[in-house]
Design a protein around this ligand. Structure first.
Ligand code: UD1
Ligand code: CA
Length: 506
């Protein structure tokens, strides 16, 4: 059971606290992933604040989870009461489905261990929850709680133990005496309860405290009075149980989680040159001997192939990088980069870009919805949108795939082994056949057949002496004059169209 009904007012955000993200997942999603590692029979999330936003997020990341709505009685105790009602309702439904006679099904309820965690404590791992469940069952406990010793316990509930060491109570900071506030062992807000003990204790909770809330922590004393054993597991790493209450903690805990993810990849055989400037989301995967250079952010379900090098200074979201590829100073979104391809520096790969094996997309190139074939190259200063480029084709510097007529987008298809000259404009829809060539500066408006050369630039005209006549006194005119004098030409400058030469005349 994951509690996520609180308001999270200290975040000062329009977004509910549990939906703020670190390492590419919401805080709540981290808690759900840890809970799922226990392979529970059922997962229930208790919601109230911004109910619809939180519920639709749950439906997205954990469609099997039950959603329990907390009513207007405040407090963690009431939240768990609402969660238990939802769990028991599933037991009733199961009993009805199994054909339980009479009204027997009305008494059906869940049994066994109920693990309660918080939606705002994202560093708790499934492994730590597992240790808590183990401690609970091996101790034959009614309640087992997770605690931590922290340097600054302010704000947390304090663990009160008797001289034997047994936990007798949890006292909230606001309700604690000075002596209790000096206790440095705190309640992590994560528990394992026996379902029957919990159900009975919840029905006895009052609201006699400084906040007038139903405190889940009061279950400890009630369970003890009923003769149950209360056990406690001290978390080996206090930071694991830290909750996010404001955006400073969001950043601190986000950095701690990132550090863990990066270290795990380094231990599994990935080189990370600068862990402090490398950010890797929880769902990213990296292959053996991949190298991540400083200033890299890998988001979403990005996959880096074995032996690939990414960085410096690259941000990839949902990008697949092939084995041995090189990705230098790239911003990429939902793109696929083939094995041994080279991308960058300063390249923008937009959604739908697919670069083939040993393909190249170079500096100041933007691509979108573009399939660039094996060994094909777009090396410099180009825009490639809504296009297909065949195997081994080379696109000259400064070529623009003109895909947008102002209303609709159109497609360009370039065949295999095509040579597109520099500074071409390919106006879609247009097709260039296999092995075609285009001259520099060509505006391609019509299909080019396989093997043809397309050229459409007009002949160049040189108007001799134009600069000295029309721009006298300028540095350019002076430079031209120096060349003319050095060549020994003392003729006066003519003013007519004489001196006009055409390309190809000589
Ligand atoms: C709670 C504990 C405290 C512990 C701390 C650990 C109680 C009374 N206190 O205090 O001993 O040290 O957690 O972080 O339990 N929630 C609901 N419904 C509510 C109130 C809260 O679902 O009506 C949820 C919140 O969304 C959150 C969790 O319960 O996920 C904890 O709530 P929060 O208000 O942060 O409790 P704390 O005051 O921190
Ligand atoms: Ca809290």
């Amino acid at each position: 059971m994951i509690l996520a009904a609180g308001a999270g007012t200290r975040m000062k955000s329009a977004t509910p606290k549990v939906l703020h993200r670190i390492a590419g997942r919401s805080l709540l999603h981290h808690a759900i992933v840890a809970a799922h590692e226990l392979e529970p029979q059922r997962t229930v999330v208790v919601v109230r604040h911004e109910r619809d936003a939180v519920a639709s997020h749950i439906a997205e990341v954990a469609p099997d989870a039950l959603i329990a709505d907390q009513d207007d009685v405040p407090g963690t105790g009431r939240a768990v009461w609402c969660g238990m009602s939802a769990l028991d309702a599933t037991a009733v439904a199961a009993a009805v489905a199994a054909g339980a006679g009479d009204r027997a099904h009305l008494d059906a309820h869940v049994t066994g261990a109920v693990v309660v965690t918080s939606g705002d404590v994202p560093l708790v791992s499934g492994e730590l929850l597992g240790s808590l469940v183990d401690a609970h069952s091996s101790g034959g406990n009614a309640v087992t709680l997770l605690t931590a010793k922290v340097p600054d316990p302010t704000g947390y509930g304090r663990i009160v133990r008797e001289s034997s060491g047994d936990v007798t109570a949890i006292v909230e900071h606001r309700d604690a005496t000075d002596a209790q506030r000096a206790i440095d062992e705190i309640n992590a807000g994560i528990y394992v309860f026996d379902a029957a003990v919990l159900r009975d204790a919840l029905s006895l909770l009052g609201r006699d405290n400084s906040q007038g809330e139903m405190y889940l922590t009061d279950v400890i004393e009630i369970a003890r009075e009923a003769g149950g054993r209360v056990g406690a597991l001290v978390a080996p790493e206090a930071q694991d149980v830290e909750g996010v209450n404001d955006r400073v903690q969001l950043a601190t805990i986000g950095a701690a989680l990132n550090r863990r993810i990066v270290e795990a990849w380094m231990r599994s055989g990935v080189t990370v040159v600068d862990p402090a400037t490398t950010w890797i989301d929880a769902d990213v995967t990296l292959g053996d001997d991949a190298t991540i250079l400083p200033g890299v952010q890998l988001h979403g379900d990005t996959t880096i192939g074995p032996g690939a090098t990414v960085g410096p200074d690259s941000t990839l979201t949902g990008v697949t990088v092939g084995a041995g590829a090189t990705v230098t100073r790239v911003h990429g979104v939902d793109a696929v980069i083939g094995d041994r391809a080279t991308i960058g520096p300063f390249t923008y790969l937009r959604p739908g870009t697919v670069v083939g094996v040993k393909g190249k997309v170079g500096g100041f190139v933007e691509t979108k919805n573009a399939k660039i074939g094996d060994g094909a190259k777009v090396p410099h200063l180009s825009y490639v949108g809504d296009a297909e480029i065949g195997e081994g084709t080379n696109v000259g510097a400064g070529t623009i795939f003109v895909n947008y007529d102002g209303v609709h987008k159109h497609r360009t298809v370039v065949g295999a082994q095509v040579r597109i000259g520099s500074d071409n404009t390919l106006i879609a829809p247009v097709t260039l056949g296999d092995g075609a060539y285009t001259g520099a500066g060509t505006t391609v408006r019509h299909d080019v057949p396989s093997g043809a050369l397309a050229i459409n630039s007009s002949p160049q005209q040189n108007v001799e002496g134009w600069v000295e006549r029309r721009r006298p006194g300028t540095p350019s005119a002076e430079a031209a004059e120096r060349v003319r004098r050095a060549a020994g030409s003392h003729e006066g400058l003519s003013s007519g169209p004489q001196g006009l030469t055409h390309e190809g005349e000589s």
